[in-house]
Design a protein around this ligand. Structure first.
Ligand code: 9MG
Length: 279
């Protein structure tokens, strides 16, 4: 498997001897109608990014649309209005910026403005998405999702969840290769919680090693504060940090090379200890 992920201006180590990478989640809260509210949302997002950088984050993932189960899409203009000021504010922060979007127009604008990676929960299936990223200088995270955020948790259904997710990712990688996208730009993601029951999520987690070796690409795992952690612990979202750390450690123990998390400082510490012990 490749030893690096070519991530725009950055070349990130993803080999098994490096500490797994921590992608920190930076959501920009919905705009207020007043200018003061907008500045406040932007200010607090920038402060949050600075805290993540001080805590040792490796990639900052900026999102302008919620992808939680049942969430509603936002318009292109609203998404651009939320995301772009953050890209301008953070592009020289010294860390790669990832943009969590499935809209080709947002992909284009964000990379042109200095972002380094596109994280697409829709697996670059929107018309024009692959064309948008093919010639841009950025890494790509291709994620599996069954249905869409509005309906995905209603009745997730698979013949064999690991084989089905693997086949989906294989098809998307082939589509990328047909567009001459270099493999060292790509990472894969089984999409924990995106159209999956608890049993599906656990089966995928236990088979991270198989997914990664079959597809021969680094795998990103996002379990942080998700319903599967809440279901195991029977705890609301504000009490899922320790469970999320356990999820991150379990996923890297099974081979994940990047974890997407809310609690950056705690996850960096946990992975640093895990990595030191495993060296
Ligand atoms: C945006 N987003 C929410 N959850 C995610 C996950 O598990 N993986 C990726 N790549 N993106 C996610």
């Amino acid at each position: 498997m490749q030893t690096h992920l070519q991530c725009g201006r950055y070349r990130l180590r993803v080999d098994a001897t490096a500490r797994p990478l921590v992608m920190g989640i930076l959501n920009i809260t919905p705009d207020s109608f007043s200018d003061a509210g907008k500045y406040h949302a932007l200010d607090s997002a920038i402060s949050h990014a600075e805290e993540m950088i001080a805590a040792g984050v490796d990639i900052i993932d900026i999102g302008g649309e919620s992808t939680r189960p049942g969430s509603q899409p936002v318009s292109l203009l609203d998404e651009l209005a939320r995301v772009m000021p953050l890209v301008y504010a953070l592009r020289d922060c010294g860390k790669p910026l990832s943009i969590d979007t499935y809209k080709p127009e947002v992909m284009r604008e964000a990379i042109a403005a200095g972002a380094d990676m596109i994280n697409d929960i829709n697996g670059f299936r929107a018309p024009g998405a692959l064309e948008a990223v093919a010639e841009l200088d950025c890494a790509l995270c291709v994620m599996h999702m069954q249905k869409d955020p509005q309906s995905m948790q209603l009745k997730p259904d698979y013949q064999d969840v690991v084989a089905d997710v693997s086949a989906f990712l294989r098809e998307r990688i082939n589509a990328m290769e047909q567009m001459h996208i270099a493999r060292d730009r790509i990472c894969i993601d089984p999409g924990f919680g995106f159209g999956k029951s608890l049993a599906h999520n656990i089966a995928l987690l236990k088979n991270i090693g198989q997914l990664q070796s079959t597809l021969d690409l680094p795998l990103l795992a996002g379990l942080s504060r998700k319903t599967m952690i809440g279901a195991i612990l029977d705890k609301p979202v504000e009490h899922r940090m320790a469970g999320s750390l356990a999820g991150a450690l379990a996923s890297v123990a099974h081979g994940a090379r990047i974890v997407r998390v809310h609690d950056v400082a705690e996850t960096v510490d946990a992975l640093t200890v895990w990595h030191a012990i495993n060296q």
